[in-house]
Ligand binder design. Structure first.
Ligand code: ADP
Ligand code: MG
Length: 271
């Protein structure tokens, strides 16, 4: 039997077995194995290692694509030096994903641009890498889905991603007010996930401002009670990272044209 025939049959079988990565790298790997005098065991070990890594990468990419996450951010891209108010260790501890096993929540509070969504997204990416099911939504989008599912009678019948994912991010809670009925739907969402799975919330509003925004202090108290019972709260009191770019650009302009100096308020109002 010619070597070429064996290779063709092997390629065909690897395709049938859905071992595409092995099929693609096999010829090169055999060459390397021969030139470096690998044992059969080493060759098999390297091939299966590559296949598993490839499949894992595909699984993560597919989970991220289906999660609703608008962009991929990682914790490596986060500049802690820019945000000295954040306790680095508290945030880094979250990245072992044990809060998901413990069914704990994470709440990022702070003004716009301080990195709340970035950190929430990075945790979601990490959770996907750890094999957890993930879902990303914003508060207006979640309210829309909750309303729709209630109105169409789907609520409670088929489990939705916002309901059954191990980790759900609800971004931008508090940016837009919600009415009493929507507040009730949000309460049901929080109560449903309470002690069953983890939720990350980002908000630009302090907890004492939530009642005002959601029009019902009794329900807000019940929401906060469940959200905060097992939770890590990261309160970010710093400057906007978006402003950092603008300020350095402004400084550059200043260096070019030193005649007038813009005041901080002018920089802010230009955003
Ligand atoms: P927020 O949700 O608090 O309004 P974002 O997370 O959307 O802010 O951050 C705004 C932009 O600035 C994003 O592109 C984000 O990646 C970036 N960013 C914010 N903080 C940091 C940081 N400390 N290091 C690196 N990039 C940051
Ligand atoms: Mg945000």
């Amino acid at each position: 039997m010619s070597e070429q025939f064996v290779m063709e049959r092997l390629t065909d079988n690897l395709t049938r077995l859905r071992l595409g990565r092995t099929r693609d790298i096999l010829p090169e790997m055999i060459k390397t194995a021969e030139s470096e005098d690998w044992s059969y065991l080493t060759l098999l070990d390297r091939l299966t290692g590559e296949e598993v890594a490839g499949k894992e990468q595909k699984r993560i990419s597919s989970a991220l694509r289906g999660s609703g996450l608008p962009y991929v951010k990682t914790i490596d891209e986060f500049d802690f030096a820019f945000q000295p108010g954040i306790e680095r260790r508290q945030v880094m501890n979250l990245f072992d994903c044990s809060f998901i096993e413990q069914k704990e929540n994470v709440i990022f509070l702070g003004p716009p641009g301080v990195g709340k969504t970035h950190l929430a997204a990075a945790l979601l990416v990490k959770a996907a890498e750890c094999g957890e099911s993930i879902h990303f939504t914003t508060m207006p989008d979640l309210i829309y889905k909750l309303r729709l599912d209630r109105d169409t009678g789907r609520a409670g019948k088929r489990r939705r991603p916002y309901e059954c994912s191990s980790l759900v991010v609800v971004d931008e809670v508090g940016y837009t007010p919600i009415d009493r009925e929507e507040c009730n739907l949000f309460y049901q969402f929080v109560a449903m996930r309470y002690e069953r799975s983890s939720t990350i919330i980002t908000s630009n509003k302090a907890f004492d401002e939530w009642s005002e925004l959601f029009h019902d202090s009794v329900i807000v108290a019940a929401i906060l009670d469940r959200l905060l019972h097992h939770s890590v709260v990261v309160n970010i009191k710093g400057n906007s990272y978006r402003l950092k770019g603008k300020l350095s650009a402004m400084t550059q302009t200043e260096m070019d044209k030193p005649a007038e100096e813009p005041r901080q308020e002018e920089v802010m109002s230009g955003m």
